[in-house]
Ligand binder design. Sequence first.
Ligand code: 3HC
Length: 283
Amino acid sequence: MNIQRVLVAGAGTMGGGIAQTFAQGGFEVLLYDEVPEVAASAVPRMEKGLQKVVEKGKMTADDVAASLARIQVADDLAPAAQCQFVIEAIIEDFAVKADLLAELASICPPHTIFATNTSSLSVTDLGQASGRAANFVGLHFFNPAPIMKLVELVLTPETSSETAETVGNLAVAIGKVPVLVKDSPGFVCNRLLMPMINEAIVLLEEGVASAEDIDTVMKLGCGFPMGPLELSDLIGNDITLAVMESLRERLSSDKYQPAGLLEEMVDDSRLGRKTGSGFTCGR
Ligand code: 3HC
């Protein structure tokens, strides 16, 4: 299928980053969020991020303007009817996602491909909730979406080979490297990454080392571009907690028990960069 126009539902950190990635890849993008203020702030946020890229001489101001001009903020989901590909990056709540997918299915023609950026829910169950399981995949981006090269392309037992091929080609067209993974809790990245971040929080809680030193160990000892605590602040500590809880529940193992300090941080709304306070920021 020839994909030219894409709808991204959810204009938060991930949805905005995904929209920017498609726009930079030359696609027409409709960006929708049910909260108008979130939708309205997405493009100015992209402009700010891209300003630094222009200053570094990696893109021209004209290229940035042309990319951002390809993004239209939609007031409702009706324009999804003109899109060949729809991806949702809304709240990690199965019922809310299922409602959105059902609404999109009532608007889009049957051939439109649907994708979810979920990091913790079952792609198979979401595909069934969409009513078009054969045209459904997980396309899991990494934060910051415009920069990180990987996407996990999650296929369910019902995903058609044509859909898998089309979305794989689409990922390459936006400059990503797709890795095929089966629908399994946390896929590959979060199954490995989140327990490691959680253990870093346990080390902090036990007073084994300071937050800065834990991060320094992993940066200088293991070549990480940022330490696990700074990374949790970037991802959002609420997301780290949600993924750990989902791994514990779906894999029925206490191995994935979230650190008490992580739960406290989330209870105190210290979610990381997005609230200006976390393990490594705003202390
Ligand atoms: N849009 C497009 N490109 C941008 C950009 C923007 N807003 N901002 C920066 N760039 C480009 C820069 O031009 C630069 O390009 P170059 O490599 O050609 O020079 C490149 O992106 C890197 O930018 P910076 O030099 O500003 O970035 P840093 O070197 O400081 O690195 C980082 C920042 C990329 C975030 C790095 O610290 C990193 O890789 N951290 C780890 C991030 C990570 O692990 N993410 C995955 C989290 S897990 C996840 O998301 C899964 C979810 O389910 C929880």
